[in-house]
Design a protein around this ligand. Structure first.
Ligand SMILES: C[S@@+](CC[C@H](N)C(=O)[O-])C[C@H]1O[C@@H](n2cnc3c(N)ncnc32)[C@H](O)[C@@H]1O
Length: 376
C-alpha cells in the first residue's frame, strides 16, 4: 500500500505517494470505482508485489554485469513500473515510456520529471507503433487483458539478445472459462480447474514462442509465474535459438504421466519446458525497499525453492488423498520427505499453498502418498 508523504497534493486526483523506494504522484487508492480499463489514470496497488519482483529481477541483471538497458515500457499509465526500475536498480541506462491516455500522460510526465528527467522519455502515442530509440535491450508489456495486440510492435522493437517481460490478465480466456476465446486468440485448448492458471501461463509462453519464431527469434524463459489474477513471464530473445526445437506440445491426459489433468484433451499447445533459468532465479532477492515485503518475500521463496524442480504442473495433498482413496490428506512435509528418500527431486511450488513439484513418475508419487497416509 503506498504511504502518503507530506507534500501537498497538486490536484484533486493525484497525491504524492511512495511505492517501494520510489516517490510518485498516484491516484488515491480506492477512489476510482468501476472496471480498471475505464479509469483514465490506472494504478493498481495490488500489483505492487509484481513490481517488487520486477525490481528483484532487474537487480539480478545488474549483479550479473549486464550492460545498462535501453528500455521501453509499452503501456506506462503512471509510470510506476519502469520508474521504480530506474530509481531502485542500476539496471537502466535509459527508459522510453509510451501512453496514449491524456490524463495518464499528464501524471506520467510529472512522475518522469520527478524521478529521472535525464533518463526517461515519455512518448504520447499508440504502443502498437515502435517509438524512437529502438532496438531496445529490455521491453515491458503490461496490458489490461491480453498482450496479443501489442506483440508485433514488441518483437519489432527488441534487440537480438534482449530481454522481454510480458503480463497477461485475461485469465478467463487463458484459464479456460471461455475456451472458445482461447482457441481464437491463442490457438490453444486450455485446461480447467486447479491447474488452469499454470496451463494459462504455459499457453501464453507457447504463443510467445510461436510469435518470436515467426520473426526469427527463439525464446529462453528466465522467470515465469502465476500470481493472483495474472501471469507474467520474463524471457531472453535470441536469433541463434530460432532453429532449436522448443519444448512446446500438447498434453493427452490418457498418456500423460504428470499430475492428473481433468477433462478430455488434448490440451495446448503449451510450453512444457522450464519456466525459468535456475541461475537467474536463485539470485533473486527481496528488494531492500520492497512495497510488500511479506508477500513478495513469500513468493520469492517459493520461486527459488521450486526452480531446481522446474517440471510442468504440481500435485496437492487433497487431490492425492482423493486419488488413493484416503480421507486424510498426507502432509506436504511427509510427501516431500518420502519423494526425496526415493532419490527424487521434490519442492513446494509457487502456484498454490500446498503445491508440490517433483520429477517422480506418478506411480511413485502415489506410493509415497500411500505410505505417508499410513504412517500419518
Ligand atoms: C494496465 S495499464 C499499465 C499499468 C502499468 N504498467 C502499471 O504498472 O501500473 C495499461 C495502460 O496502457 C494504456 N494503453 C492502452 N492501450 C494503449 C495503446 N494502444 N497505446 C498506448 N497506451 C495504451 C492505458 O491508458 C493504461 O494506462
Amino acid at each position: 500500500m503506498p504511504t502518503e508523504s507530506e507534500a501537498p497534493p497538486p490536484s484533486p486526483s493525484v497525491r504524492r505517494c511512495v511505492e517501494g523506494g520510489t516517490a510518485l504522484w498516484l491516484p488515491p487508492v480506492g477512489a476510482s470505482r468501476g472496471p480498471a480499463r475505464r479509469r483514465a489514470v490506472f494504478y493498481n496497488p495490488a500489483m505492487a508485489v509484481d513490481r517488487d519482483l520486477n525490481v528483484a529481477f532487474a537487480r539480478v541483471a545488474e549483479e550479473r554485469d549486464y550492460p545498462a538497458w535501453d528500455a521501453w515500457e509499452m503501456l506506462g499509465a503512471t509510470g510506476v513500473r519502469g520508474l521504480r526500475l530506474v530509481h531502485e536498480t542500476g539496471a537502466m541506462g535509459s527508459l522510453v515510456v509510451t501512453e496514449q491516455n491524456p490524463e495518464a500522460l499528464w501524471v506520467l510526465r510529472r512522475n518522469a520529471r520527478a524521478v529521472a528527467p535525464d533518463l526517461v522519455t515519455v512518448v504520447s502515442g499508440d504502443a502498437r507503433s515502435v517509438p524512437p530509440g529502438a532496438p531496445f535491450d529490455y521491453v515491458d508489456l503490461d496490458p489490461y487483458g491480453s498482450p496479443v495486440p501489442f506483440l508485433p510492435a514488441l518483437f519489432r522493437a527488441i534487440a537480438d539478445g534482449g530481454i522481454v517481460a510480458v503480463t497477461a490478465t485475461d485469465m478467463m480466456v487463458l484459464a479456460g472459462v471461455t475456451a472458445g476465446a482461447c482457441a481464437r486468440i491463442y490457438g490453444a485448448r486450455p485446461i480447467r480447474g486447479r491447474l488452469a492458471p499454470e496451463s494459462g501461463l504455459r499457453i501464453l509462453m507457447a504463443f510467445l514462442d510461436r510469435e518470436a519464431r515467426a520473426r526469427g527469434f527463439g525464446i529462453r524463459p528466465l522467470l515465469s509465474y502465476v500470481q493472483g489474477h495474472h501471469v507474467r513471464t520474463y524471457f531472453a530473445v535470441d536469433r541463434s535459438l530460432s532453429r532449436r526445437e522448443t519444448p512446446v506440445g500438447v498434453i493427452d491426459p490418457t498418456t500423460w504421466d504428470g499430475p492428473w489433468i481433468a477433462g478430455r484433451g488434448p490440451f495446448g499447445p503449451m510450453w512444457l519446458g522450464p519456466l525459468g533459468d535456475p541461475d537467474w532465479v536463485r539470485r533473486l532477492r527481496l528488494p531492500p525497499m520492497a512495497a510488500r515485503p511479506k508477500e513478495t518475500g513469500a513468493l520469492l521463496e517459493r520461486l527459488i525453492e521450486e526452480s531446481p524442480v522446474d517440471r510442468p504442473f504440481y500435485y496437492e495433498p487433497n487431490e492425492l488423498a482423493r486419488r488413493i482413496g484416503r480421507r486424510e490428506p498426507p502432509s506436504v512435509d511427509a510427501l516431500l520427505a518420502g519423494l526425496r528418500a526415493r532419490q527424487r527431486r521434490a519442492a513446494r511450488g509457487h502456484p498454490r499453498e500446498a503445491a508440490i513439484r517433483t520429477d517422480a513418475p506418478r506411480a511413485t508419487v502415489e506410493e509415497v502418498a500411500r505410505s505417508a497416509a499410513a504412517s500419518g
